[in-house]
Ligand binder design. Structure first.
Ligand code: ZN
Length: 701
């Protein structure tokens, strides 16, 4: 249904090949520098949201739900039948596919659709699918059928990938305790419910402002904060406030300890530990890291320790520089940098090094120009083009969405990316990537094409000119497109492990790697041109822009190491916890961060990521490290290297999560993934960047 004619694709490709590099924008750039084309075509029928017939109206969600319920029953019957004709893993993947297709779509529509009717129908569908999944999770015969296949082998021939994916399905099953005796299983279900509630309460509490009576706040700083009656309200850390007293006061007041938050966090950690132990794991971290790139909390700890030791002198140098900045700014020769100063001085130095306001870079990064840059890069690396595709009546949820067909020179159409790039009322203010349909091999041998949405919060183009991206927005665009391309370039047999559906501590590798490309002068030079004059960005601006991204990398990384370590300790052995979560914080901070803990504060009680990530906060740090390693090994010498791109696609992206990520990385980089190798690689990058920055400063003086 979603195929476009191959001949048409070929024709478009020919045109692309013969087009010379002109100093004008490509059709893709022009398309993204103007609002999406609005065509009213009365002759054609409404094709339904995402071209799903059922979704020509919001009521279609009921139909989808009904279909899922029916196909679920059929697939269960097939799985447990003694006359089964297909591999167990194929039946499970189809089951998962039919559920995910509705669940993921409904989740997206619930969040992003501007019409209430659709949001509500989608929300009901989400709840309904949750119910179906819950009933599957307690379906003993289904579990036993899968368990038998995993432990004794299938009666049909299976590949290593099949066995790995079947194991992943089994692990998901056992998360809910289905393998336990009934009493134990019920306890696991209760614990899961309770943990969910505790997590929600903790997140709520973490976002509440601190309310203090006026008398509790020194008179000279009261005026910095809003008041309500006799109270002063502190809604957050004023990290970028120029006034140091304001930063300090906000830090101390906003992070005041709270008994109720402390109790919630302690309970949450305790219940998670109990849950993990009920399921046979030593700690919650052991459970959370099952199947991850790092595999065990012990290896994460080793990595953190190794990195931390090498970072310390480098981060200390950053803090010394910040102290100098603070002394100069305040005129106080004895001032020292404090924990509430670091984001402020990091921003200050970045601004100084850019030497101009970030918005002077804006005209060089029109959205269309950036898309053209992306297209060129993807074509160089993978032989893939981004082509604007026509949106059919009813296909889209809003009139400012672009649709891209991702077309490979030889393989043809790989999938579709819907670009929901512009802010609008009610749309969540977060850049993200949604999978609407995962790629998978179908029974007839054809391939179910991946469909994703990339969501950004850019301001829409106006009649006065196109959307312009700040350097940070440019990074985000490349990052999210990195996720999308992970889905597009994957060619897995099973949708359960396609694209971004891989280990959490690997999922950010392809997206963070794209940020390396977005920070490389050679890549930026191909498209950073003034949107009106077509004048390329000056070399000087380009160098400063790229260098500014690496400032204070050591101290920023150290902060991530500290957060990761704290999350690991909290979710580790309960016997090693302090009397309170604050006591644990104090110990971990002293060991892993260069600036001391501030008495009577409890930063961790505001750290809501503890809920969502639970023992996986380190995932971003590891993804970043692996991306850095890949960049240094394959792309730093030449970011347009086709051979490296093809190899990266074939050995990493194509597999999604079908092969354990640790194995993928070791194979691709031809080296064992040890904590030492990982830490060395990231430190090497920090040192190289540091010397580049110094060179730049020297060459300018
Ligand atoms: Zn990401």
């Amino acid at each position: 249904m979603l195929q476009i004619s191959l001949n048409m694709t070929k024709a478009v490709l020919e045109r692309c090949r013969t087009r010379k590099l002109l100093s004008t924008w490509s059709p893709l750039a022009n398309a993204f520098n103007a609002p999406p084309a609005k065509r009213i075509n009365f002759a054609r029928n409404d094709v339904g949201l995402f071209r799903m017939q059922e979704l020509r109206s919001a009521d279609g969600f009921y139909l989808l739900r009904e279909n899922v319920e029916n196909s679920t029953q059929e697939l269960i019957a097939e799985a447990i039948s003694s006359q089964r004709q297909r591999k167990m893993v194929d039946i499970f993947d189809e089951l998962s596919d039919s559920l995910c297709k509705v669940a993921d779509l409904a989740e997206f529509v619930r969040i992003a659709h501007p019409k209430n009717k659709y949001m509500q129908a989608a929300e009901e569908a989400c709840i309904n699918i949750c119910g179906v999944v819950e009933s599957l999770n307690t379906h003993k015969p289904l579990y036993q059928a899968l368990s038998r296949v995993v432990h004794e082998g299938d009666m049909m021939p299976t590949s290593e990938v099949d066995q790995h994916v079947a194991k992943l399905f089994l692990f998901d099953f056992e998360q809910c305790g289905i393998h336990l005796p009934e009493q134990e299983r019920l306890r696991v279900v209760r614990l899961n419910d309770y943990i969910l509630q505790l997590g929600q309460k903790f997140m709520n509490g973490a976002a509440q402002p601190t309310v203090l009576p006026r008398s509790a706040v020194p008179e000279n700083i009261r005026h910095y904060f809003p008041t309500s009656g006799d109270n002063i309200i502190i809604t957050g850390l004023c990290t970028n406030a120029a006034n140091v007293q304001m930063r300090e006061a906000a830090y101390r007041f906003y992070l005041q300890p709270s008994d109720s938050q402390e109790e919630l966090l302690k309970d949450l950690l305790m219940c998670r530990n109990e849950l993990a132990r009920s399921c046979g794991f030593a700690t919650y971290a052991h459970r959370a890291l099952n199947g991850s790139t790092m595999e065990t909390p012990e290896l994460v700890r080793e990595f953190i320790d190794e990195l931390s030791e090498q970072l310390r002198p480098r981060a200390d140098a950053d803090f010394t520089l910040m102290t100098q900045m603070k002394r100069k700014e305040s005129g106080q020769p004895r001032a020292l940098v404090e924990i509430w100063d670091t984001p402020y001085f990091t921003t200050q130095l970045k601004r100084q090094s850019l030497e101009e306001q970030a918005n002077e870079f804006l005209p060089y990064f029109s959205l269309g120009g950036c898309m053209q840059g992306l297209d060129n890069l993807l074509h160089s690396l993978y032989g893939v083009r981004l082509q604007t595709a026509e949106m059919e009546p009813g296909e889209s949820w809003h009139n400012d969405i672009y649709k891209l067909a991702v077309v490979h020179d030889d393989e043809g159409l790989l999938g579709y990316i819907y670009c929901d790039f512009f802010e609008r009322n009610g749309k969540p203010n977060q850049d993200c990537h949604f999978t609407i349909q995962g790629g998978k091999r179908l029974a007839d041998g054809s391939y179910q094409l991946p469909i994703v949405v990339v969501m950004l919060g850019l301001s829409p183009p106006r009649w006065t000119g196109p959307t312009l991206l700040s350097p940070a927005r440019l990074d985000n665009l490349f990052h999210e497109m990195g996720h999308a391309m992970h889905s597009m370039l994957a060619r897995t047999e099973h949708q359960h492990v396609t694209g971004t559906r891989c280990a959490t501590d690997f999922a950010e590798v392809p997206s963070v790697l794209m940020e390396y490309f977005a920070s490389d002068p050679r890549v930026l030079r191909t498209f950073a041109r003034h949107y009106q004059t077509h004048q390329p960005i000056s070399e000087d601006m380009l160098q400063r822009l790229c260098a500014s991204k690496h400032l204070f990398a050591a101290s920023e990384t150290q902060l991530q190491v500290f957060y990761s370590a704290l999350d690991q300790v909290y979710h580790g052995d309960m016997a090693l916890q302090g009397a309170s979560t604050t006591e644990t914080l104090r110990e971990v901070q002293q060991r892993y961060y260069g600036l001391p803990y501030v008495e009577h504060t409890a930063w961790q009680l505001r750290f809501s990521h503890l809920v969502g990530y639970g023992a996986k906060y380190y995932a971003y740090l590891i993804s970043k490290t692996i991306a850095s390693w890949i960049w240094q090994t394959y792309f730093e010498a030449n970011p347009f290297n086709r051979q490296a791109g093809e190899k990266y696609r074939a050995e990493i992206l194509a597999h999604g999560g079908a092969v354990p990520s640790r194995k993928l990385v070791a194979n691709f980089l031809q080296r064992e993934v040890t904590p030492r190798v990982l830490a060395d690689s990231l430190i090497h990058e920090i040192d190289m960047d540091e010397s580049k920055i110094k060179e730049l400063i020297i060459s300018r003086n």
